[in-house]
Design a binder for this molecule. Structure first.
Ligand code: LLP
Length: 430
């Protein structure tokens, strides 16, 4: 296989992110041109991939009452938010900072849902003032405090209780959230009592039920199991006289990083909707909170090879992106495909490399044992970098955050400038 053929098989977002005339293109724009114009490391997002991923959900929900709330923790860049908001999405937020971003991106407040186990009173107040659609509440103390805050403001907070269905999402333990041992949600066995408690509080209006079992889920069965568990509760809650306007099934659908084959969103929802119909809830308002599956494969991170450092045991390819830009390999041993932007012709040069960054930690690696024909100065693209990369980036080693570009057809817009040292120092004093 030639170097180009090999690289093509590694690309998860073809045909939108693909090679043309030996050059990696993001839609109609050359990745090398973008790197030249804006420097590296550089995140580049394809709007077509984002909208294509969203369209699969929209097809799946055709004819239903459904609100897709993009989980903005996956990538909270304003231009990314605006793309989804303009396409009709609501947003799932988890902090006051995300609320502010959501509002600046122009979301209708009624389409915002607020998740998370540790909302502060100040955050609750901000969200109530904004008039968000629903608080997904995760504990009894949170119910009490939210009721108090809302009642003080003369309001009733719309709430949905996040229940923990105790199903195994079969994913990485750090991103599995629906098991008994996780910090998330109200235990299935306690949920009915929690609903009675919520319904009696003066500052709350119970509107729904919510669950989220984990992330990067690549199988259908955990979703089907969780739905059964949640619907059992809906049966019991409504039998007790509390009506639920909506059911929120969370996010979590996985993407192809390295040959994974998660169900397509429309295929998954065909199965889930059949179950909902069979159990008599097919016409209920539905909410979902997908993050990764909407943006993950829309992004790549362009990086330049700084030095080649062949060694006795390992060959290291040192690039200018690092764990502060792309923390997922260091945190979860996650795999991201790494491909050359302009594959070299001479296949004899293919060697095995550990692709690493300049940060002073052995954990600072982006890919291990990658087969690449590469020389110093070459550009590489780290794939599937749309979700949980920029939003989890840091200034570790006083490295500025990367710049970001959004591509639409043959147009490219710089949507976040590279962070300078001055930007980093602005809030400090001696
Ligand atoms: N809703 C709630 C309540 C969540 O906690 C999450 C993700 C989502 C929705 C969106 O899940 P998604 O569709 O993106 O899987 N940093 C990790 C992933 C953490 C996910 C946290 N919660 C990673 O890079 O793999």
């Amino acid at each position: 296989m030639s170097s180009l053929e090999q690289a093509r098989t590694d690309l998860p977002a073809r045909p939108f992110i693909d090679y043309r005339d030996g050059q990696l293109m993001v839609e109609g724009v050359s990745a090398a041109e973008l790197a030249r114009a804006h420097g590296t490391p550089l995140f580049v997002y394809s709007q077509a991939v984002m909208l294509d991923a969203l369209a699969a959900y929209q097809r799946g929900f055709a004819g239903r009452q459904a609100l897709i709330c993009y989980a903005m923790k996956a990538n909270s860049t304003l231009a990314v938010l605006r793309t989804f908001v303009q396409a009709g999405c609501g947003l799932d937020i988890v902090s006051g900072g995300e609320l502010e971003r959501a509002l600046r991106a122009g979301v209708e407040p009624a389409k915002v849902i607020f998740s998370g186990v540790g909302k502060t009173r100040a955050e609750m107040r901000l969200a109530l003032e904004a008039g968000i659609g629903c608080f997904n509440v995760e504990s009894l103390p949170e119910l009490d405090v939210l009721s108090e805050v809302a009642a003080d403001m003369g309001l009733r907070a719309p709430v949905s209780l996040r229940v923990n269905p105790d199903v195994d999402a079969k994913t990485h333990p750090y991103i599995s959230t629906g098991l008994k041992g996780n910090k998330f949600g109200i235990a299935h066995t306690d949920a009915l009592a929690a609903y009675r408690h919520a319904a009696a509080l003066p500052g709350l209006k119970v509107t729904g039920i919510d669950c989220h079992i984990g992330s990067q889920i690549t199988e259908t069965s955990p979703y089907l199991d969780a739905m059964d568990r949640v619907l059992d509760l809906v049966d019991a809650i409504e039998a007790g006289g509390i009506t639920l306007e909506h059911i929120d099934f969370g996010g979590g659908l996985g993407i192809n990083y390295h040959g994974e084959t998660p169900p397509a969103a429309d295929a998954l929802w065909q199965l889930l909707l059949a179950k909902l119909d069979a159990r008599g809830y097919g016409q209920r308002k539905l909410v979902i909170e997908p993050g990764r599956s909407l943006i993950g494969n829309a992004g790549i991170c362009l990086t330049e090879a700084v030095f080649l450092k062949p060694g006795e045991q390992k060959n290291f390819l040192i690039v200018d992106a690092a764990m502060n830009d792309l923390p997922r390999p260091a945190m979860y041993e996650a795999y991201h495909a790494i491909v050359p932007v302009q594959p070299r012709e001479a296949n004899g040069e293919i060697q095995s490399w550990d692709v690493v960054g300049p940060v002073c930690e052995s954990g600072d690696w982006l890919g291990r044992d990658r087969q690449l024909a590469v020389q110093a100065g070459d550009l590489l693209a780290v794939c599937s970098a749309g979700a949980y990369c920029m939003s989890m980036s840091s200034n570790y080693n006083s490295r500025g955050r990367a710049a970001e570009v959004l591509v639409d057809g043959d147009q490219a817009r710089l949507v976040r400038a590279r962070e300078s040292v001055e930007d980093q120092l602005r809030l400090e004093s001696i």
